[in-house]
Design a protein around this ligand. Structure first.
Ligand code: FAD
Length: 390
């Protein structure tokens, strides 16, 4: 098939690789003039790592990333709110902290050999025949046997699809950036600090940048209400540094080195729900289909799993009219569970609520010690919860 892919983030890159490997002819459209990743770093869950293994990229990912064994969260009274270890889920299990640049480069090195990538081309419309896509100047590309939309959480191609249930922007967002890890002691932990639900920040070891010089990095993120993300300036940077100094002096040494607010990226996210992720010959994958809050650290995972599932569905049924409903069936349960969990859990960490934080700080610790609840919490963390009751 001749396949057009809109968007060259993780979902678009992985889809291009899987589908090219199956023998399809791939055109990718990316609105950015220069190919580069957005943001700092992320935590890849075991399920997403499995997809990289299916692309023979696991060894390369390991050599760039940082093995994460534990998620630890503590409140302003130094009370442990969360302490989960991947090893309690499965002996050989771990998360992988990676810089965005490292994953982007690993996928790009392969993609550029097998797909035609057109940069600086923002696709604004899918033609009524579902076989052509049109850019901002009205130039049409195609015809395609299949169009894969992977244009992210703020997708332009979702609104008129007739499939949108809702996609509100979360009231809270975050600032985030890379910080040098150097002698950071918690090399295998994602660590977070909370004070109520209005203050949350964390540090995740993410290993190296692509073409690395041996230096290791941390992803640092700091939660803020949406309007404060949009208005983040030098005064806000100073307030952030004071918060960090008060709650986590060890990290404050590093955040003090941030002198320019422009060094931090702004992140706003949406809660995206579609009636179904396909229409005719067009399929939506990644954040464009199910953007969610990053609280559970699943978005990259989901993008990789979508791409793999789409290729598997097309391998079994070559006709898109049959393959796309099959793709939706493969992904619906998993996606729906994480969408719900994100929607429910995010206000426990990012909201104006006065009651949720005491409840969280009181319940999470004891819950995490009950074997059944702990098992479920670990399963959710590892990205492998596919069913509510089994
Ligand atoms: C602060 C933060 C922390 C996160 N942490 C984690 C984490 O720890 N673990 C995790 O798994 N996930 C995490 N995520 C979520 C994760 O980043 C996303 O889920 C993932 O990047 C989605 O990939 P995607 O390819 O669907 O979309 P994107 O990465 O957004 O890629 C979309 C691409 O499409 C391009 N594009 C957009 N519109 C058009 C258009 N009209 N035409 C052509 N091209 C277009 C964009 O330029 C972009 O390159 C985090 C997100 C945020 C904001």
């Amino acid at each position: 098939m001749k396949i057009g892919i809109v968007g060259y983030g993780t979902a678009g890159q992985a889809a291009a690789l899987f589908l090219a490997r199956a023998g399809h002819d791939i055109d990718v459209f990316e609105r950015s003039a220069e190919l580069s990743p957005v943001g700092a770093g992320f935590l890849l869950q075991p399920t997403g790592f499995g997809v990289l293994a299916a692309l023979d990229l696991d060894a390369a990912a390991l050599s760039h990333g940082a093995r994460i064994e534990r998620l630890h969260g503590q409140n302003h009274r130094a009370r442990t709110v969360m302490d989960m270890r991947y090893a309690d889920f499965a002996a050989a299990s771990f998360g992988l902290g990676m810089t965005r640049g490292a994953l982007f480069s690993l996928l790009h090195e392969r993609c550029r050999e097998v797909a035609s990538i057109r940069t600086g081309t923002r696709i604004d419309t899918i033609a009524a025949d579902d076989r052509h896509v049109l850019d901002a100047d009205g130039t049409a590309y195609g015809p395609y046997d299949l169009v894969v939309v992977a244009d992210g959480s703020h997708s332009r191609l979702r609104g008129n699809s007739g499939l949108l249930r809702h996609d509100p922007v979360y009231p809270w967002g975050a600032m985030w950036c890379l910080l040098p890890a150097d002698d950071w002691p918690h090399v295998a932990d994602l660590r977070q600090r909370y004070d109520g639900t209005r203050t949350m920040f964390g540090a995740l070891p993410v290993g190296h940048l692509p073409g690395h010089d041996g230096r290791r990095w941390l992803t640092y993120y700091y939660s803020l209400p949406g309007h404060a993300v949009d208005a983040f300036d030098a005064a806000a940077l100073e307030r952030m540094q004071c918060d960090v100094a008060a709650l986590w002096p060890e990290l404050a040494e590093r955040t003090r080195a941030l002198t320019d607010p422009a060094r931090l990226h702004r992140a706003r996210y949406r809660d995206v729900r579609l009636h179904r992720p396909w229409r005719g010959r067009v399929v939506w994958i990644g954040d464009s289909a199910h953007g969610m809050s990053p609280q559970l650290g699943q978005g990259v995972n989901m993008a990789l799993l979508d791409a793999q599932a789409l290729a598997a569905a097309l391998a079994e049924r070559t006709d898109p009219a049959l393959a796309l409903p099959d793709y939706a069936r493969r992904r619906t349960g998993h996606v729906a569970i994480y969408q719900r969990l994100s929607r429910w859990l995010t206000p426990l960490f990012q909201s104006d609520s006065r009651v949720l934080a005491p409840l969280r700080d009181l319940c999470f610790g004891p819950l995490g010690r009950l074997p059944l609840a702990r098992r479920q919490m670990l399963k959710i963390l590892a990205g492998s919860k596919r069913d509510w009751w089994r």
